[in-house]
Design a protein around this ligand. Structure first.
Ligand SMILES: Cc1cc2nc3c(=O)[nH]c(=O)nc-3n(C[C@H](O)[C@H](O)[C@H](O)COP(=O)(O)OP(=O)(O)OC[C@H]3O[C@@H](n4cnc5c(N)ncnc54)[C@H](O)[C@@H]3O)c2cc1C
Length: 463
């Protein structure tokens, strides 16, 4: 039933009656994501169109001390868009424009709700020589939210986290001011998010919307070569995987390195599939890169520790997809399945210990697992995924998957990892382990930016 509360009417005045709801079914939908964190309903769902509307909403929420939770596609899966204290869910999907492509300075400026799929098809159509670092999340995932959670995509090996590729921000601060970060604060160019000035983007990236709402984002673009190929290596020697990743990285010829491990079908069990993606503008360039990669692993081939698997056209097609559909298939979403993964960011030397833990935990909690690792930077770290699938109709299985994830996260933290897109339980673990002075700095920054604690409350709440 639609209430006629003063808050509701004030929100209608800002966005218009078609873009606000407090209907039961919508509150039900926005109360949850695809993962395992408990649901909690918002009071209002609002779909703004402009930064000015967001400013008005934020000012109103501040006066009334009502929480605001910005949401993209809700695919982070760790409850980051669940409105833990009710209030307003700000769905960014109407702010979906590509505002500018500067193909000489190689960046794009997008609105706060523009999706990965929209940018990918825009570039393919109008700027086929340019590309961005596409994550393997479904195409409806938003570019801003992926940067906010420090996501990683297909260019992670060469250029780091997707947030490293941000080249400017426009943010509505929690008190309602509109603020630009980077070169765009000085001119109409969006080529740098900070350097050579103090880099203020860190006040917003990684904060899960708890310090402001990003309304525009500049993103660096990179050359898109005409051809792409994948080389697939197999080994059953888990202890060799870090060395193989480093050797592949040393060639500086690969765009992306992924390692997958899963127990089913049985022929995969105990085998690690290492995918090295290469690109080129000609068959000669590709062939040269193939040879460099081949030479880098030659010693392992000679020792018969690693094999190169020939990839048939049928097999290549799914491997080449961007985004990949592997994880979605793993969860078997069409049959009511779900999955969640803890994705510690960690030194690559940890790979064997993490695989051992993954297998142990899956057996202990009787859950099905899969893991995909992505190399980030020139071997600086990797994202290792402890992924568990579950059936949504089986609460016991969901509880076991959550226990398994919690155990893996605790283990990863003890092993020196940083927990990626941490749910609130993991955020607590991180904050308990953090240097107290660092934590105090975070607390002061949050207090300074969001004095009334209205922004995505529950997240990064330093006591
Ligand atoms: C099958 C599958 C595969 C995946 N593969 C990858 C992968 O390869 N790489 C990867 O990085 N991730 C991956 N993910 C995780 C996740 O889906 C992505 O990172 C995705 O980009 C998140 O975008 P979203 O729009 O769904 O974010 P949401 O879940 O909607 O939001 C994430 C966070 O951003 C905040 N936020 C949203 N919009 C704004 C805004 N305008 N201003 C401030 N804060 C905001 C939210 O409050 C929340 O805290 C995968 C997920 C799935 C389901």
């Amino acid at each position: 039933m639609v209430t006629t509360s003063a808050m509701y009417e004030s929100l209608v005045k800002i966005v218009g009656k078609d873009y606000i709801s407090n209907q039961t079914e919508e509150r039900y939908f926005y109360a949850r994501d695809g993962g395992l964190m408990p649901a909690h309903e918002p009071d209002y769902i609002v779909l703004p169109k402009t930064p000015e509307e967001i400013q008005e909403i934020v000012k109103l929420a501040n006066r009334e001390k009502v929480p605001i939770v910005p949401t993209g596609a809700g695919l982070a899966l760790t409850g980051l868009v669940i409105p833990k204290k009710g209030g307003i869910v700000l769905d960014m999907k109407r702010m979906d424009k590509i505002l500018e492509v500067n193909d000489k300075a190689r960046y794009v400026v997008v609105e706060g709700g523009t999706t990965q799929g929209t940018l990918k098809s825009h570039l393919q159509k109008h700027y086929p020589h340019l590309r961005h670092s596409i994550p393997d999340s479904p195409p409806v995932a938003t570019i801003v939210a992926n940067a906010v959670i420090h996501g990683q995509g297909r260019l992670a090996h060469q250029h780091g986290f997707n947030s490293d590729m941000v080249s400017g921000l426009e943010v509505v601060l929690p008190t309602g001011e509109l603020c630009r970060i980077g070169s765009c604060s000085l001119s109409s160019y969006w080529f740098s998010k900070g350097p050579p000035l103090p880099d203020l983007s860190g006040l917003f990236l990684g904060w899960f919307g708890a310090t402001g709402i990003i309304t525009k984002l500049g993103l660096k673009l990179y050359p898109c070569k005409k051809m792409r190929d994948v080389m697939l290596f197999l080994t059953d020697r888990v202890e060799l995987v870090p060395d193989i990743m480093l050797k592949l990285s040393h060639t500086e010829m690969v765009e992306d390195v992924n390692v997958s491990a899963q127990p089913l079908p049985l022929r995969y069990k105990g085998t690690f599939w290492i995918m090295a993606y290469i690109t080129g503008d000609s068959e000669n360039e590709l062939e040269f890169k193939r040879k460099m990669v081949w030479d880098a692993l030659w010693e392992h081939f000679e020792n018969r520790d690693v094999g190169l698997m020939s990839v048939s056209p049928d097999m290549k097609e799914p491997l080449m997809l961007m985004p990949s559909k592997d994880l979605t298939r793993f969860a078997d979403v069409s049959k009511g399945g779900g999955f969640q993964y803890a994705g510690p960011i960690t030194p690559i030397e940890k790979f064997p210990a993490f695989i051992k833990k993954l297998e142990e935990v899956a057996t202990k909690h009787n859950v099905f697992y899969a893991s995909t690792t992505r190399l980030i930077g020139a071997g600086h770290c990797m994202m290792f995924s402890f992924s568990f699938s579950f059936n949504r109709a089986n609460p016991d299985e969901m509880a076991r998957a959550k226990e398994a994830l919690d155990e893996c996260s605790k283990f990863a933290l003890e092993e020196g990892s940083m927990l990626w897109k941490a749910d609130i339980d993991e955020q607590k673990l991180l904050m308990e382990s953090m240097d107290p002075n660092t934590l105090n700095l975070m607390k002061n920054l949050k207090q300074l930016l969001d004095p009334n604690g209205i922004m995505n409350p529950g997240n990064w709440e330093v006591k």
